[in-house]
Design a protein around this ligand. Structure first.
Ligand SMILES: Cc1cc2nc3c(=O)[nH]c(=O)nc-3n(C[C@H](O)[C@H](O)[C@H](O)COP(=O)(O)OP(=O)(O)OC[C@H]3O[C@@H](n4cnc5c(N)ncnc54)[C@H](O)[C@@H]3O)c2cc1C
Length: 418
């Protein structure tokens, strides 16, 4: 429980979407906020750069949308709709035989080869007759919810590439609400009615006409006191105040990686060392020129290579690539050398041509059954000292940008209720 505070001067550590949104919300409530950002530009995971004239989403392509009306209202007060395109998601799954089936796969069974279709139908009828068992892990959930054919053709190989672990070790409690969990009836209805998409947050999305997700970060940062090239290595509690890089503050909002926090804190005697057990995945994001195509995302369960997804970032905005060129980022949940990437690309559809790549060690927080308790325990110890956690790797939450903004709204309300 966050204590009420009248603190006026806030230090925000981390200039990603969470830190920038939080700083703006504090300023909207009449407070002063100073953001400390270790890099030279804002954005964190949404950062983009131009490489050979192509917009490179350094960590992975980012689009924006939200089902939360309050988040949308806040967002469109800051941004001009004219500066964004509003696109419909056009995602496909590339099957082992090279054929493309619409995404999500369970809505597009009618596009699959006859033999697979028949086999999936038999599985679904069997599930309908037997009902769903009480599953406690991701592997069993996939098998029992979609049947063995879809499990073997798509769900298991695709998710193994992302998770890089035994899917039986992934707890289901964390995935609830984040995964589509259609019933057999819903799957059959979607296919009979040829419903293209599930009601997912990015079925349609907003994307800046210029600058990609960097435009979002830059706009959020404008007018905010952001200290770039300012890595925080120590925060000190003294006389009921916090000292961040020797500046004094009433309270600190920590939006960087919570695993770095125990070594930073000085002046209070608390133990949050349990956060060191938290695990994450990293991503290698490879910028490529690819064959011209109409897609936004291509999902790849194929065992022939290690990448799970092509994000066709060049298709998101005309300004993202030079005229006549098609570009994308290709994701691997692995660290790879340039040579290994080149070898992998030769087996990936749409003939990707390597331009550059980057590995980011923290992209996907891994949640176990212990994670919520570890974060709640740290919060409880930190909040009485006016140190608050916010953001994807501060809270170890699988936030999209809109969820990060919603979390900032919630925290700003708790801190400053009026
Ligand atoms: C591959 C990928 C694709 C995604 N696609 C989408 C999408 O399409 N749409 C969507 O809405 N969301 C998407 N997301 C989620 C989105 O990236 C996050 O929700 C959002 O960027 C989280 O922002 P954050 O501020 O919490 O964290 P971060 O972006 O990680 O920000 C943390 C900031 O802290 C800084 N920092 C770290 N340590 C220090 C320090 N010691 N001192 C000072 N600064 C420090 C970092 O440089 C960084 O700027 C995607 C995520 C990934 C990984």
């Amino acid at each position: 429980m966050v204590s009420r505070t009248t603190a006026q001067r806030y230090a925000v550590i981390g200039g990603g979407i969470s830190g920038l949104a939080m700083a703006r919300m504090l300023m909207e409530k009449g407070c002063t906020a100073t953001v400390f950002e270790k890099e030279g530009t804002p954005g964190g995971l949404v950062r983009c750069e131009r490489v050979e004239g192509i917009l490179y989403h350094c960590v992975g392509g980012h689009v924006f949308n939200s089902r939360n009306p309050e988040v949308m209202e806040w967002f469109w007060r800051l941004f001009d709709k004219q500066d964004f395109t509003h696109a419909t998601r056009h995602a496909v799954i590339s099957l082992e035989d090279g054929s493309l089936v619409g995404y999500p796969i369970e809505n597009h069974l009618y596009q699959m080869p006859k033999e697979l279709r028949e086999s999936i139908l038999d599985d679904l009828l069997q599930i309908a007759g037997e009902g769903y068992p009480e599953d406690d892990n991701f592997n069993d959930f996939l098998l029992h919810r979609f049947g063995k054919t879809l499990y073997h053709e798509y769900f298991a190989p695709y998710n193994r590439k992302i998770w890089r672990r035994n899917l039986s070790d992934v707890p289901l409690n964390w995935l609830e609400g984040k995964l589509p969990m259609p019933t057999v009836r819903e799957i059959l209805a979607a296919n009979i009615g040829q419903t293209q998409e599930m009601n997912m947050v990015h079925s349609t999305f907003h994307y800046p006409k210029q600058g990609g997700s960097q435009h979002v970060a830059d706009t959020l940062a404008s007018g905010v006191d952001v200290r770039y090239h300012n890595p925080v290595t120590q925060i000190r509690r003294e006389n009921n105040r916090w000292y961040v890089n020797e500046e004094s503050f009433d309270a600190v909002i920590y939006c960087a990686n919570v695993k770095d926090l125990p070594d930073m804190i000085q002046g209070i005697d608390i133990d949050i060392s349990e956060v060191s057990t938290l695990e994450a995945h990293g991503t290698t994001s490879v910028l490529c020129e690819i064959d011209s195509n109409p897609y936004s995302w291509v999902y790849m369960p194929s065992a022939a290579h290690e990448s799970h997804r092509i994000i066709c970032t060049g298709n998101f905005a005309a300004s993202n690539s030079p005229v006549g060129m098609s570009t994308a980022t290709i994701e691997f949940t692995l660290t790879l050398t340039r040579e290994e990437i080149l070898e992998q690309l030769s087996r990936i559809p749409f003939h990707p041509r390597y331009i550059t790549h980057r590995y980011s060690p923290y992209t996907y927080p891994i949640q176990t059954t212990e994670t919520p308790g570890i974060i709640a325990g740290a919060r409880q110890k930190l909040a009485p000292h006016r140190l608050y956690l916010l953001g994807r790797f501060a809270e170890w939450e699988y936030y999209n940008m809109d969820a990060a903004i919603a979390a900032a709204m919630k925290l700003s309300r708790q801190l400053l209720p009026t």
